[in-house]
Design a protein around this ligand. Structure first.
Ligand code: FAD
Length: 444
């Protein structure tokens, strides 16, 4: 079996390694248009925070490690077209056109940062740093910038704000919604982080959609309906999108440009699969699929596709959008449905809040938690945690409870570790479910 994977990033690499295990006899080709693969998209923050140096080391795997696993790499090779019926891929390498055939093809070409809606967003001064060439340019330009505009208040924009504050830059953040990280947090949960950012100098431009960016002598002119700002450079911190110009039109796509796949990650064409950022993923809390570009989805879809290559046996469970990061000394983490999204949910929901010390003695920072659940059945739907203590791992427990369809009653009596120094007498995750139950009882 000859398997070709286009795209050697999180999804493609995870699929390649899993296929190597599952089908040791298969020939596995991993193609990418870049020469250097495995770069970590958030690496620029680690670089500026002096966690890693040089930036080239911000990688999760090297070419040599992949070769050592018996994979054949075809790098610096840009796929320009595929013939889904004849099973032929046409690619360009060093200006030469070549072809490669396949028995099974996995499309893992991910996404890139571009927008058709913001005029001028393709300017060189509008920094995009998902891949290494972009990050090298961004580092140089940011070092020489005093005033930086961030376009987007999601995870990329929020992390960039934190990093640039530490670098002493003047930071302006534009966001079309009215608060930071709105996809993941309800406003009251993220408010302390936002207030701390303002105290440290971030100027928020909420409810403002950037419409146009123009290169001017002084730098860049950013325009929204409400304001104009001249800055030295800007960071394009918005949603990424698939870029599928190479795709055979026989491969069905959604209107948002993602590739259509069934639950086994098969495209509309036999023997062709798609994974990672170029597909929508099923949202585990409804029957719909959404575009949720996250590393965790890319890696898990890569693991699942390996199981389905020969026979469709393992459906992809999808995502509940679990994230976590650290911003202005606060650890923030979220999974599942937010309360704000509750109005779109098919059943009535309820929420409960908890504030508790992270541990009795070691540090003892306060953790603010919120749980979202179905009012009738008490099924867990979402959770958010914010603290100066490192609570990031705790969100994975809550995510597992939600994925497993647990109720408040089941979750509040789950096992947890107790230690007199490192933990509290009841874990915040259990306490959240307990409070959820009693908030309901008190109401009744
Ligand atoms: P990608 O990483 O997009 O990789 C696709 C690969 O395909 C690339 O190597 C590309 O060169 C190659 N390719 C594309 N077209 C062709 C072609 N025609 N021929 C050959 N090769 C091709 N997610 C998180 O979960 N946590 C984070 O902290 C996080 N931080 C991020 C920070 C930034 C700045 C950005 C932009 C994104 C971040 N993300 C984060 C999102 C995350 O990067 C993506 O979800 C993830 O990279 C998707 O992996 P993928 O393998 O599907 O695709």
């Amino acid at each position: 079996m000859k398997v070709v994977i286009i795209g050697a990033s999180f999804a493609g690499v995870s699929a390649a390694l899993a296929i190597r295990k599952k089908h040791p006899e298969a020939e596995v080709f991993l193609m990418d248009k870049q020469q250097t693969i495995g770069y970590l998209p958030g690496g620029i923050n680690l670089y500026f925070n002096e966690t890693i140096k040089p930036i080239e080391t911000a990688r999760f795997i090297s070419e040599q490690e992949l070769v050592d696993h018996g994979l054949t790499l075809l790098l610096n090779a840009e796929v320009v077209s595929i013939d889904a019926t004849q099973h032929i891929i046409n690619y360009e390498k060093e200006a030469l056109e070549s072809f490669i055939s396949f028995d099974k093809l996995i499309l893992a070409t991910g996404s890139s940062q571009w927008s058709q809606n913001i005029l001028g967003s393709d300017s060189d001064k509008v920094l995009k740093y998902k891949f290494l060439p972009g990050v090298l340019q961004a580092i140089e330009q940011l070092e020489n910038s005093r005033k930086v505009a961030l376009i987007g208040g999601g995870q990329i924009g929020a992390e960039a704000a934190d990093t640039l504050l530490k670098k002493g830059k003047e930071v302006h953040l534009f966001e079309r919604m009215d608060y930071l990280l709105f996809k993941y947090f309800d406003e009251e949960m993220i408010q302390p982080v936002q207030a701390e950012m303002v105290a440290r100098g971030v100027v928020f431009h909420f409810d403002e959609t950037v419409e146009k960016i123009t290169d001017v002598d002084e730098g860049l002119l950013i325009e929204t309906k409400k304001s104009q700002l001249v800055c030295d450079s800007a960071i394009f911190a918005m949603n990424v999108r698939p870029d599928l110009g190479y795709l055979d039109e026989q491969v069905r796509t959604h209107t948002d440009g993602t590739i259509f796949v069934n639950e086994y990650l098969e495209t509309s064409q036999v023997d062709i699969f798609a994974i990672g950022d170029c597909i929508q993923v099923p949202y585990s809390l409804s029957n719909e699929s959404f575009y949720i570009p996250l590393v965790n989805n890319a890696v898990r879809s890569g693991l699942v596709v390996a199981q389905n290559l020969v026979e469709p046996t393992m459906p992809f469970v999808g995502s509940i959008r679990t994230i976590g990061t650290k911003l202005v000394d606060h650890y923030v983490a979220s999974t599942g449905l937010t309360e704000a999204e509750g109005s779109f949910y098919e059943q009535p929901i309820s929420v409960a809040h908890v504030q508790q010390k992270s541990s009795l003695f070691s540090g003892g920072e306060t953790i603010s938690g919120k749980i979202i659940f179905e009012k009738e059945s008490h099924k867990l739907l979402g959770a958010q945690l914010v603290s100066k203590a490192d609570i990031l791992e705790k969100i994975n427990t809550l995510a597992l409870g939600i994925q497993a369809g647990q109720t408040l009653e089941e979750f509040y009596q789950k096992d947890f570790l107790y230690h007199p120094y490192y933990s509290n007498v009841i874990d915040i995750t259990n306490q959240l479910a307990f409070e959820g139950l009693w908030s309901e009882a008190d109401e009744n």
